[in-house]
Design a protein around this ligand. Structure first.
Ligand code: GRF
Length: 210
């Protein structure tokens, strides 16, 4: 199987990026990170990418002249890299419909809640404030809405008595690191289609009845 070229977009610490990269290095996902794009020059993920010798394109949004202009600069920066998929990993920018259309059904995002509950920011605290007993994370295809595209993988964790946002976030993050690689691997190795707002995976031969 040929390996897919993945551009990782990030703005911060980059632990999901690291987990994805390591899963690829272990051979668990038939893909390679061909470029890391960050709007934040000092992001932890940028430092890791450089240590690993991965190509990095820093495209600051501040001073870019607005969202459209920033996205144009991002597209220019991607030029020359093999980009079959884009994985958003803590990328703190909403993508326009025009950008999403350029990579239709080829952009993934990871979000630290069980969508459609708690889209947006500070969602672990929102889950605690709501009193949910089960929290988790979602990997989804990106559409032009906020955390609204078709769901690929979800993993759940319990909310424990006495949890604060930091404790719950850490428990969810562990599952994020598993979920992202699982989602990308499934999309790359299985047959699937979008039906309505659902991702439908074809049953594998071994799972077929009869
Ligand atoms: C993660 O919680 C992810 O779900 C959200 O932003 C956070 C990024 O963390 N979209 P990291 O930079 O991958 O460590």
């Amino acid at each position: 199987m040929t390996s897919a070229g993945v551009a990782v977009f990030l703005s911060g610490r980059g632990s999901n990026f690291v987990a994805l990269h390591q899963a690829m290095q272990r051979g668990e996902v038939p893909a390679e990170i061909t470029v890391v794009v960050s709007n934040e020059p000092d992001a932890g993920g940028v430092a890791y990418a450089r240590e690993q010798g991965l190509p990095v394109e820093v495209v600051p949004h501040r001073g870019a002249g607005g969202r459209k202009a920033h996205e144009r600069q991002v597209l220019e920066a991607l030029h020359g890299y093999r980009v079959d998929w884009i994985c958003l990993a803590g990328y703190m920018r909403l993508l326009s419909a025009a950008f999403v259309d350029r990579f239709a059904e080829r952009i993934l995002n990871i979000h630290p809640s069980l969508l459609p509950s708690f889209p947006g920011l500070n969602v672990q605290q929102a889950a605690l404030d709501h009193g949910v007993r089960i929290a988790g994370c979602t990997v989804h295809l990106v559409d032009s809405g906020l955390d609204s595209g078709p769901i690929v993988v979800q993993r759940a964790v319990p909310v424990l008595d006495g949890d604060d946002a930091a404790a719950l976030s850490a428990r969810i993050l562990e599952q994020e690191h598993v979920a992202y690689a699982e989602a990308l691997n499934r999309l790359l190795t299985e047959t699937w289609r979008i039906e309505g707002r659902c991702v439908r995976f074809a049953a594998k031969a071994s799972e077929e009845v009869g």
